[in-house]
Design a protein around this ligand. Sequence first.
Ligand SMILES: Nc1ncnc2c1ncn2[C@@H]1O[C@H](COP(=O)(O)OP(=O)(O)O)[C@@H](O)[C@H]1O
Ligand SMILES: N[C@@H](CCOP(=O)(O)O)C(=O)O
Length: 316
Amino acid sequence: MAVVAYAPASIGNVSVGFDVLGAALAPIDGALLGDRVEVHEAEQAFSLSCRGRFAHKLPAEAEKNIVYDCYLGYAAALQLRGRTVRPLHMVLEKNLPIGSGLGSSASSIVAALEALNAFHDYALSKDEQLLLMGELEGKISGSVHYDNVAPCYLGGIQLMIEEEGVISQAVPDVESWYWVSCYPGISISTAEARAILPAQYRRSDCLTYGRRLAAFIHASHTGQAELAAAVLKDVIAEPYRQALIPGFNEARQHAAISGALATGISGSGPSIFVVMTDKQQALRMKEWLEANFIQNQDGFCHVCRIDRQGTTVTSI
Ligand SMILES: Nc1ncnc2c1ncn2[C@@H]1O[C@H](COP(=O)(O)OP(=O)(O)O)[C@@H](O)[C@H]1O
Ligand SMILES: N[C@@H](CCOP(=O)(O)O)C(=O)O
């Protein structure tokens, strides 16, 4: 018996909530936008193989793959409970590009830990798993942030709480919104895109950040879609990161005259997202981005809804 876990792509920050807001994505045409990890019974303690469109971009050595760290982290957590991991073989299907702003490392981490947990009859609780996921994401990007792993694991739009033992809670998403997500094909390291941000911010920016985030959460809970869209603006990362993304301003301008409610950088970029309510406009925006924003054959664009399911496990 083997298990396979799928973990969707996600938008970190969603413009208005740097490090504390994230959204999971599901393409409307049913395309797979996320990594998959299989766990098979085996003779030897651990082995890993990789396949998939972006497998060739992974580190050559299995020990440098975050999936291996997931295995070690999971084994250590089981040991604390007086249990040991079973001998197993893992297969990573790497469908998300690395350094894309689509929560690629988070997707591998969530799929790997969820597959490992299913293989061990869900020995760890959801909270224990999420803590471990955040720790492993921190290992890659340089600091713990849950805004990719939480939506990827739990689905929906998630707000990080990180107080009183609560890591994250769901925020209602606007049902009518389409999220056009476009990866231009180049790579930006999350750790480097974090390093260019200022260590301190002006008081006025802090106030604007807090006001807009609070307004977005309030508008989402009270069903005020227009207000929610109006405050989807970033004063923390976008002003510093947009220069790293060729064509970002042109894309935003085109989106604005094409019916977009909001445009932003997905995670640390270079992917961007455009929020629209009309499906035909969203499909036309996708075509425009494919023709004008994508830079090479690695790029792609999807019209998405919010993935409310998060990670899913099946037996194979
Ligand atoms: N399974 C994996 N998926 C993605 N990145 C991985 C994986 N294993 C190791 N890495 C390394 O982790 C780093 C991920 O970079 P990062 O910019 O954080 O990507 P992303 O923002 O797409 O998650 C890269 O150096 C990559 O080689
Ligand atoms: N909050 C993080 C999100 C990084 O997302 P990724 O998909 O680029 O890894 C940040 O903005 O640094």
